[in-house]
Design a protein. Sequence first.
Length: 350
Amino acid sequence: MSVNEVYPIIWIDDHVRLIDQNRLPETYTLVDIRYVHDMAEAIRTMIVRGAPAIGVAAAYGMYLGARDIQTTDPATFLQQLEAIAQLLRGTRPTAVNLFWAVARMLKTAHETPGSVPTRKLALLEAAKVINTEDIQTCKAIGDHGLNALLNYSSPLRILTHCNAGALATAGYGTSLGVVRSVWRAGRLAMVYADETRPRFQGAKLTTWECIQEGIPVTLITDSMAAHCMQRGLIDVVIVGADRIAANGDTANKIGTYGLALVAKAHDIPFYVAAPLSTIDFNLVDGSQIPIEERQASEVYQLGSITLCPQGVKFYNPAFDVTPAPLITGIITEYGVYQPDGLKSLSGQQK
Ligand code: MRU
């Protein structure tokens, strides 16, 4: 691995190795995962996070679970695999890549003819393909994003939210992948990273990735984004996505909707960068997207410090939905689409 290539999920011999994203940027710690229960826990506790990365992790989780099934009867094997799929589906509700990857793995298990060992092998191969494809997909998103952004005068000052970088995918990133491509093309002046309360993925992960590669990065608190736009510091906003409905409504990290509204008010283009695996063609619009609510301590606890008095109530939705009319374009591996043009891609989804 060169210093600027970050791969948060890799398969080594007989197990998965994850970068522990809860420990960055203080320590670069690797965690080896050998059992599906440990993978489910890693997704739930956000050792691995970011929609595409969750999908890849779940695909390997399906294999790890399948590997431990003790039967030679294909029908029993498929039945027990469904329980493993259920375990993984129960980890996080919003990122549709999780459900997409689990469904793709189940399809492989069902459609591979022959013995249980043959099906297990096919599952490992399928997980590796999902892993490799995701990196290629992100690079294609980067290329299409760069082309789209060349329409604006550069060097560009780009605002991003949360972490939709290499860490949130199998490598390279979606919105941060576009930033990377713009940077490598010599057209980036600055990336402004929102800190992204309450879990600080922007402060901890996006800035870490930028520093690894020498990408100029300025960290701001979430509440500074509107001011930065008003002061003319931002040319374009690019964010990732956890689930995009068929009409283009987009669920992403909490705070994204507010950014889109402010960008609209200042006539600043607002792009979403995401692979096809993040589009949920079954959902007509964003009102049907399940929004994960996480534990209250994420809101009131900062390390060992409690931020408020006893007796306060809490609300901690992890994502919000940006309505399609606020989105300038959705950058996919197939090109840049208007939100209402996404439906034309439904036949391409694997
Ligand atoms: O809660 P997280 O950290 O999993 O949320 C991540 C995001 O919201 C990302 O922006 C999104 O998954 C896109 S990742 C390429």
